[in-house]
Design a protein around this ligand. Structure first.
Ligand SMILES: Cc1cc2nc3c(=O)[nH]c(=O)nc-3n(C[C@H](O)[C@H](O)[C@H](O)COP(=O)(O)OP(=O)(O)OC[C@H]3O[C@@H](n4cnc5c(N)ncnc54)[C@H](O)[C@@H]3O)c2cc1C
Length: 457
């Protein structure tokens, strides 16, 4: 039997942060992680002089939890801003069109930006401007991201903005993802000002002196794994059980957690920082209804394909951070491509460019069944077509992320409220992680901190 009072199950950024907080507050705990490696989706590979973030690569600074944690861990000197120019592009008719300055989520907030949005047809721009006069939605019900954009800005913006940019971040289906759960700022903008464009024109984001000089995102010089490594190093080795899976839980405080090794450990409190489907399986026999609710959160899978080319062979200047590809564009398979060597300093030798493409998500659910070579060939085909890259790759790496992107569908916030109601009947249990209250790393960190603090009381 363990003498620790808290179990943290899952050693991604959510669980690591909860463990860090428990340690900071002097509470005894055990961190249980299925894999031999801590960090979950955060994984950086160093290949020669290339630093490749295989999963996430950016920390959004508008939500301060991630930056605050980096500073607290002594990583402030390693925080880096995105390089200029920070232009992102949208593909239309096989060509890259820049998202003009003065756009928020790709939505132009002034006439200049609207006119310069060449990824939209003239008719679509006229329709989009109607956002300024259309009445706001009167009821408070949730709706899909597609429904919101269709209402406010017209159908074409669903295909060329909402789907590749907003749903694309989540590798999800624009017709299913929840507007209320994912983009509350846009919902609020419509509700308060009657028009999204007017709301953002009056209160432009990204325009404080810090964000306009240094951009909205940060990373760490050695890649984002620097953060999970620092968190891991802050914990005593003895409290980490890696390479072993939690399989079930029973009891009512103390709880008995069964591991794949056959061990049973006893804890007063348990923090689940596992993906929703894993949490659902662990609590199945203890709390079947809770388990069913959690398992209803779907996931999509994605592969990231990192490819380096000699810089001298690239005609395009790669002036920006990368591009997104609308699903409606024919003959292209990648969903997006980040120009890593133009976005972050020091990620590739000067002699090369490093590009990272995304394949899969809701638009290509079978993508991960393809071989590495097929995925690389697919990506190279698209890069040849869009960037005219015709030379062989100097380096190619495929990273597979099965069931990695939780999908907050319409009604997600109500589902979370239901989960919370059920959970409140099991005092001592907490559920955190990307599936419930925010996918971004800052949200995961904030939830991990709060859960660790609550369990320490
Ligand atoms: C390709 C990609 C790019 C992304 N880019 C960004 C980005 O740039 N910025 C950003 O903010 N967010 C990004 N995200 C989202 C972000 O990475 C995740 O939301 C976040 O890392 C999730 O952390 P987590 O700890 O909640 O979950 P995870 O990282 O999934 O960790 C869960 C852990 O639980 C473990 N586990 C599972 N089952 C068990 C079990 N039974 N017992 C014990 N352990 C178990 C797993 O092995 C895993 O380590 C991206 C996501 C993906 C997939």
């Amino acid at each position: 039997m363990s003498s620790a009072s808290v179990a943290v199950i899952g050693g991604g950024i959510s669980g690591l942060t909860a463990a860090y907080q428990l340690h900071k507050e002097g509470t005894s705990f055990v961190l249980i992680e299925k894999s031999d490696r801590l960090g979950g989706l955060i994984f950086t590979e160093q290949v020669g002089d290339f630093t490749i973030d295989a999963g996430p690569d950016s920390l959004l600074i508008q939500k301060p939890a991630a930056i605050e944690l980096c500073v607290e861990l002594g990583l402030h000197n390693q925080l880096v801003s995105t390089l200029q120019p920070r232009t992102a592009y949208i593909v239309r008719n096989g060509k890259l069109h820049p998202i003009p300055q003065g756009s928020v989520f790709g939505i132009p907030t002034n006439l200049e930006a609207l006119l310069a949005s060449h990824y939209l047809s003239p008719q679509a721009k006229i329709r989009m401007a109607q956002d300024l006069v259309l009445p706001p939605k009167t009821d408070e019900s949730d709706e899909s991201v597609a429904s919101f954009f269709r209402r406010r800005f017209g159908k074409e913006t669903v295909d060329y903005l909402a789907s590749p940019l907003l749903a694309g971040i989540h590798a999800g289906n624009v017709e299913q993802l929840s507007m209320h759960a994912l983009f509350p700022r846009l919902v609020e903008a419509e509700r308060r000002q009657g028009s999204v464009m007017r709301a953002f024109r009056n209160r432009p984001t990204g325009s404080t002196s810090t964000t306009s000089t240094h951009g909205l995102f940060r990373s760490l010089t050695g890649g984002l794994q620097t953060l999970t490594t620092a968190l891991t190093q802050s914990l005593p080795n003895s409290v980490v059980k890696s390479g072993v899976e939690a399989t079930s839980i029973s009891g009512s405080g103390p709880f008995s957690v069964t591991l794949s090794s056959g061990e049973n450990l006893s804890f007063d409190k348990v923090i689940f920082a596992t993906p929703a489907y894993a949490t659902s399986a662990i609590v199945q026999s203890l709390a079947p209804e809770l388990s069913n609710l959690i398992s209803s959160i779907p996931y999509t899978s994605i592969a990231t394909v990192a490819i380096a080319y000699p810089r001298s062979s690239i005609d395009q200047l790669l002036n920006g951070t990368g591009f997104v590809v609308p699903e409606i564009e024919p003959d292209l398979s990648i969903a997006a491509c980040t120009w890593i060597s133009s976005k972050w300093p020091g990620r590739s030798p000067e002699s090369h460019v490093l590009l990272r493409s995304f394949v899969g998500g809701s638009r290509a659910p079978q993508a991960l069944s393809q071989s590495d070579q097929t995925l690389i060939t697919t990506v190279q085909h698209d890069l040849r077509s869009l960037l005219d890259i015709r030379v062989p790759a100097s380096l190619a790496r495929v990273y597979r992320w099965p069931r990695a992107n939780p999908q907050p569908h319409v009604g997600h916030l109500e589902l979370v409220a239901q989960i919370d109601r059920h959970l409140s009947t099991y005092p001592g249990l907490q559920i955190i992680g990307a599936a419930l209250r925010g996918v971004g790393i800052p949200d995961c960190i904030a939830a991990g901190r709060a859960a660790g603090h609550a369990a320490a009381q």
